[in-house]
Design a protein around this ligand. Sequence first.
Ligand code: FHN
Length: 475
Amino acid sequence: MHSGRPITVALICLLLDASSASVTLSERFDRAAVEPRVERSQGAPIDPAKAKRLEWFHQAKYGLFIHWGLYAIPAGQWQGRRIPGIGEWIMNRAQIPVKQYEQLAKQFNPVKYNADEWVLLAKDAGMKYIVITAKHHDGFALYDSKVSTYDVVDATPFKRDVLKELAAAAAKHGMRLGFYYSQAQDWHEPNGAGNTWDFLADESKKDFDQYLRDKAEPQVRELLTEYGPVALIWFDTPRLMTPARGQRFVNLMRKIAPNTLIDGRLGIAGDYVTTGDNVIPPDVQGEAWEVPATLNHTWGYRTDDHDWKSPQTVIFKLIDIVSKGGNYLLNVGPMADGVIPQPSQDVLRTVGRWLRVNGDAVYGAGPTPFGDELGEASARGALNVRGEPLFLQNTQWRYTTKPGKLYVTFFDEPRAPFAIPAIGNRITRAYHLDGGGEVKTTSEKGRTFLHLDRPIWNPTATVVVVEFEGAPIRK
Ligand code: FHN
């Protein structure tokens, strides 16, 4: 087996998805400015309780991220000006005073919000969990919080508890639901991190613990007790979060909801590693990990961002991530009326149709046993924008595995015949996952060759299953 290398979030945050046009310069700027750099302990002994908590996560592989809040109203424009950057950061980027920004609540009336439709979209898309912003950095809660009136029930004409409805729909349709919670940045609160235009510019002078004690911790408790079962809490940007402060959240969560996962951005090690936004590591990683990713260039809705990734790109990224042992958490930003932009729905549903046929290569699948197919470091010593060795990614095919099965997903017509690296197991047969048609195999000097028909079965992505005796693969 390929030996999975443990990762540090710090390392991964440094890797830019240079192959992808999905990262704008402004997004890079935002990322550099706000992303956490949390070191994880390496070589820690396996914790059986954590392994148990992570079981569903390893099966799921693909989830829907939803960034929704008051920022969907300005949607990237403020007082007639286009505010660059990710949509949910508009309050910060335009330095909007709290008193002005909170007026948006009076306009928040998403009458087209339909929780069943959102959950069914995720299902159609082949996604196995949903993570929604319960409270983002702007401090506004999408549920009826008892510790603040700055929430959707108390402060808006809508008056409906968005999360209650989503939790009910998720339970009804068998979908796991988790909550994004901005534990550190809260631009609405004098002592929360991040708002230096209304409140103290020197954040070390803030009484951050007052904010944690009176808002963040009680709100996380509410989410865990009133909206359960909660699949995970997705903490983010742990500014001012010391390990001791992080530990308070861990203690709270383990006490109330011992099965709820903690992501990698609390400020102390969680259950899995969260990579930088849109950052896919170059090779297999041994720990549980997840890539949060945008479908265009923003998380919260912007009226001016129509640059959606294609279904082909999404399928490649999904398989690429799974072949390296990770999960893909792909975002949509609903509009202020409660509708998820139609183009993003269309992309997700197209991917879902492919997954309905080819999902065996994804759900519960393990990483590649090889690794050479992923790419290689530039032999010419080229460096990326951060001065690190440039990794040249191959994109023709990827391997994923299950006991007794090797899935080869082709994104391009391969050289004929296609050679599988030599393995010590006897290969018994090969067939298309779509339709089950046999693929002729021959062997020579211990290597097996696949003789695929031309043109390739599905030019988007064709999966061939290679069955072998015994597991794991012996090299
Ligand atoms: O600042 C946030 C950003 O708004 C968004 O929520 C992303 C999602 O991963 N997290 C932070 C930036 O890394």
